[in-house]
Design a protein around this ligand. Structure first.
Ligand SMILES: Cc1cc2nc3c(=O)[nH]c(=O)nc-3n(C[C@H](O)[C@H](O)[C@H](O)COP(=O)(O)OP(=O)(O)OC[C@H]3O[C@@H](n4cnc5c(N)ncnc54)[C@H](O)[C@@H]3O)c2cc1C
Ligand code: FES
Length: 326
């Protein structure tokens, strides 16, 4: 049976209670959804109490700010794809709150409508208010962004959002243990933040990284700075599944993080299901493959079996959370 409440990525933050509470659709509070009983299981600040004590008022959503492009480099430009890396100057507040693994922002060129917003993962943040990002040019929105993200130019940024990494609470519990991160192509973008979190918690992390269709590994400098061990994998006909299997079976990992496409997530899950591990199978986390437009729970782009994937923190038992919603 499906759960009716999930922990919310925004619970207890400056953005809670949000507009979903006002409309009786809070993802984590059954009482705000009209139930007489509480089934949230959340032991942080009570969303129901916050909402009722503050005369049923909700917090405003994230502010849109102007970000300035301070650096830009090409990552890939081959027949298959174009991608670039960029450093943006943002407000200290946005940089400070973008440190959590799975953080992302919505970016769009100045003068365009909100429909041009693109969710883009944070690769790194710095104290002086800068964010590193990487963008693969795919369709209209990223092409518009490619044109707008020129050095000294301005773009609009909304954030931070935190729902880019599902199963997040496992990382907070097991961040100091042995963790394997498997990543490929543009899936590399959120990995430096994930690795930084684990290294700072005193955990052991290994990253297996493949170039994917970009044909490039673009996070080596970030990982070297963190002294996070990594192995670059060649292109392989079995998508390196055999190599992953060998590493999982011999590596004594507590947590496995898949940062890539939903095909990669599924492939690794199937490996775990078939694995002949004598010890228990490592816990699994995955970067969100969902389509997100508002990231605030309003537009419904990210709905999975009726749950809002931009807000709800799913766990490994909620298999639909691995599938893209398109
Ligand atoms: C949490 C999150 C973090 C992301 N981080 C990055 C990143 O760091 N770098 C990067 O290059 N891309 C990232 N993406 C994917 C990026 O947002 C999409 O590639 C982009 O929105 C495509 O828009 P388009 O108009 O250029 O392409 P389209 O032609 O509209 O679509 C190209 C592909 O992107 C998918 N897509 C379209 N709109 C969205 C959307 N709003 N959300 C998710 N997928 C969409 C489509 O399903 C299709 O598979 C991230 C997506 C999410 C949800
Ligand atoms: S992205 Fe709009 S509701 Fe989740």
């Amino acid at each position: 049976m499906l759960k009716s409440s999930w922990p919310c990525f925004d619970a207890g933050s400056d953005y809670c209670p949000c507009i979903l509470a006002h409309f009786g659709q809070c993802v984590s509070c059954s009482m705000l959804r009209g139930d007489v009983r509480c089934d949230c299981g959340w032991n942080g600040i009570c969303v129901y109490d916050e909402f009722t004590r503050n005369r049923q008022s909700v917090k405003p959503g994230r502010q849109e700010i102007v970000a300035i492009v301070i650096e830009r480099k090409e990552i890939a430009n081959n027949g298959n794809c174009r991608a670039f890396w960029s450093r943006l100057s943002v407000t200290p507040n946005l940089a400070r709150w973008s440190v959590f693994p799975g953080s992302f922002v919505l970016l769009r060129p100045r003068g365009t409508r909100e429909a041009f917003n693109v969710p883009i993962s944070i690769m790194e943040t710095s104290e002086d208010g800068a964010l590193e990002i990487a963008v693969e040019v795919q369709g209209i929105k990223t092409t518009a962004l490619e044109q707008a993200l020129q050095v000294k130019q301005e773009v609009l940024a909304t954030g931070p959002f935190w729902s880019g990494l599902q199963g997040y609470s496992l990382l907070t519990h097991l961040g100091a243990k042995n963790i394997l991160v498997i990543t490929k192509g543009m899936g590399q973008a959120p990995v430096p933040l994930i690795a930084r979190y684990i290294v700072h918690r005193g955990g052991n992390v290994k990253i297996m990284v493949g170039p994917g269709k970009l044909g490039q590994v673009f996070i080596t400098e970030n990982l070297q700075k963190l002294k996070a061990p990594f192995e670059v994998l060649p292109k392989a006909t079995d998508h390196n599944l055999e190599r992953y299997k060998q590493e999982i079976e011999t590596g004594n990992y507590d947590l496995l993080i898949s940062a890539g496409s939903s095909l990669q997530h599924q492939g690794i899950l199937e490996l775990l299901a078939k694995s002949s591990l004598h010890r228990k199978v490592p816990h699994f986390l995955w970067t969100s493959p969902l389509r997100m437009t508002c990231a605030e729970g309003i537009c419904g782009s990210c709905l999975v079996s009726g749950f809002r994937g931009c807000k709800a923190q799913f766990d490994g038992n909620f298999k639909s959370g691995f599938e893209p919603n398109n």
